[in-house]
Design a binder for this molecule. Structure first.
Ligand code: ADE
Length: 225
């Protein structure tokens, strides 16, 4: 998989991909993440990428030309499955979307700023819009990193234990059951006996029951879906 992230603030997006699982995924050649500086595609001498809104009002708007130039340049090198604009009014990101995107080859994530992008970018250049939640961030960069992280960890070979992405919260429409590690008793606080029983079927049944109970208690809406 290849992911291009278009941003005016490259430093803000680079760090999540330079450590731990996301870095290892790149070292193993399972994904390439390319952070693209939108300013490099601005044609004016101050390399600006925004302008005043037509009709007035507070806040700058990202101009279409550098974005169009940038996307066209990327498209001259490979075919993209989706050009995704990160926006608080996009489709709400959830595990099912991460699963779907993890099956694609090439993705562009476009990060907005200020009052957003010129509407013509959304009409003509973008294929999909994603929000990571009902709150407004100062830009799309952290949202793009969230989406890329959720997608990359699903790629085969990224997680060492192949089954562990499948047993994540939300994968079966349930939140994950509780987990414990050594010591079996700490300050009198005990690990449930069943986990120490060495009985795989019983442990599996307990985990499933816990997942259902937790989902009912914490996220009952998931059980209706
Ligand atoms: N840009 C600003 N806020 C955002 C959000 N909640 N999701 C995606 N992109 C955003």
């Amino acid at each position: 998989m290849h992911i291009d992230i278009i941003t005016t603030l490259p430093k803000l997006v680079e760090s999540p991909f330079s450590d731990s699982i996301l870095k290892r995924a790149q070292t193993k050649g399972l994904v390439t993440v390319n952070v693209v500086d939108l300013r490099a595609y601005s044609t004016n001498k101050h390399r600006t990428t925004d302008d005043y809104a037509f009709g007035g009002g507070a806040g700058m708007v990202m101009t279409i030309e550098p974005i169009d130039n940038c996307i066209n340049d990327l498209k001259s090198k490979r075919a993209y499955d989706e050009v995704i604009y990160m926006s608080p009014d996009g489709e709400l990101f959830q595990q099912s979307i991460a699963n779907e995107l993890s099956l694609k080859q090439n993705l562009i994530l476009l990060c907005g700023h200020y009052k957003g992008v010129d509407e013509r970018v959304r009409e003509h250049l973008v294929t999909r819009e994603i929000s990571i939640g009902d709150y407004v961030l100062s830009g799309g960069e952290l949202a793009a990193a969230v989406v890329a992280d959720a997608v990359i960890r699903l790629l085969p070979g990224v997680l060492s234990d192949e089954t562990s992405a499948l047993s994540d919260s939300f994968q079966a429409g349930l939140v994950a059951p509780p987990v414990y590690t050594r010591p079996a008793e700490y300050k009198g606080w005990k690990v449930p006996d069943v986990l120490l029983s060495g009985h795989p079927a019983k442990i599996e049944e307990w985990r499933h029951d816990q997942a259902i109970e937790r989902t009912r208690a914490r996220r009952p809406g998931l059980l209706d879906q």
